[in-house]
Design a protein around this ligand. Sequence first.
Ligand code: TRP
Length: 486
Amino acid sequence: MTTDTQPRAQWLGRWGFVLAATGSAVGLGNIWKFPYITGEFGGGAFVLVYLACILAVGIPVMMTEIAFGRRGRGSPVDAVRRVVRESGGGSAWSLLGWMAMLCGFMILCFYAVVAGWSFSYLWKMLTGAFAGATGDDMVGIFMANNANPLNLGFWSTLVVVVTMLIVGKGVQAGIERSVSWMMPGMVVMLAILILYGAFSGGFGEAWRFLFSFNAGSLSSEGMLAALGHAFFTLSLASGAILTYGSYLPARASISRTTLSVAAADTLVALMAGLAIFPIIFANGMSPGEGPGLIFMSLPLAFQAMPLGTLFGILFFVMLSMAALTSSISMVEATVSWLTDNKGVSRRTAAWGTGIVLWVVSTLAMLSFNVAADWTLAGRHFFDWLDYLTSRWMMPLGGLGVALLAGFVLKSELMRDELGLSPRWYALWLFAVRYLAPLGILVIFVDALGIARVEFGLHWRWLLGLLALLTLVGELASPRLRRALMG
Ligand code: TRP
């Protein structure tokens, strides 16, 4: 039984937070989604814009969330309420915490289904289900896997059960312990897969695809996808990072840990690209295959290669672990809110959450078979969960976090918590006041269909970037800083 008098749990090891937050950030988004959207939107230019979004929006918002968590020492609901109260802000801001907590939970409801694909593909690899399969067979296997609700439900249920087992054990014995071996293990497996890809003959092409800047090839849609994905991949605005931040010891540096997490997340995404594309290119496949890229093209490529089954197994073990370390962070907000406010033990909270999660994720799973025709405005339930969270709740939550920190909270509070030098503090403030809100508003204007935001990526963009960098450099001057901070 947890009571109010017990101090809140903290990460045990020096790397506890960084590993857990990186585990949350690195997931299906990095290994499944990043490669296929990079493929769809044409490679290098997309990667460049994505990196800019991580730097200008992702990192400042992540620092803010960690600071909220540590200052408020609670679940998103409690932490946001506390920091707002400390600054005398309005109580409506606590909606932000509720939305974040709900958002993390809703993401997991469909994420569990995709993670279930990963587990089931691992099983198929182990049992040799792909032997001798052609491209058409691969599509058939993918569809058959979805078509049977008992099969698909088995795998998503497994994901829910394993997630709740880990979370139920607690912050240190459950989350911290599991990420401390899964994360290093994942990186080693990814490195082995890159080496394998390097010898497959497609490495040079993959490298050029990812890193050569091809001006003019990026659509406005691609730029919006880059910004949206920056939020998704860093697990922002969904309560995960904020809750993990609430276990961060007071002496840890928020800026340094944020940089480590964002850098590791980006590195893994690029590494995943470098592991997957060589194999795709070496087998003469197209990089723009969409969501089926790693589930249909990749197993096909593996089975045509020497030792392919072995490396295919390695790939899906890695993917499943990446998915699990993310899943556990999505329910942690809810579980910590229940233990803090409802006087239940962590185990009870975890199983209670798990049951609701199981019901909703099962409904999401049914969208692929029995309830495939069960649509509302053209989307079935699975799509609704994805659409509502990534198009609405995450951008809205990110906007709220940025505005709250930039305009509402007392400036001493964030300055204290972030512990930045004046120059870096000014940069952070500039980002949460102007850069992040502006970027997010652009997504909304586009999503709402108010206006199609049209911009191609041309050399004038680089000029604009240069102007921005000059402005940012100017912020380092004391005069401008005073103007900004009042
Ligand atoms: N970052 C995760 C990934 O890349 C996905 C994700 C989005 C997430 N929001 C989250 C994970 C919230 C945990 C919590 O796969």
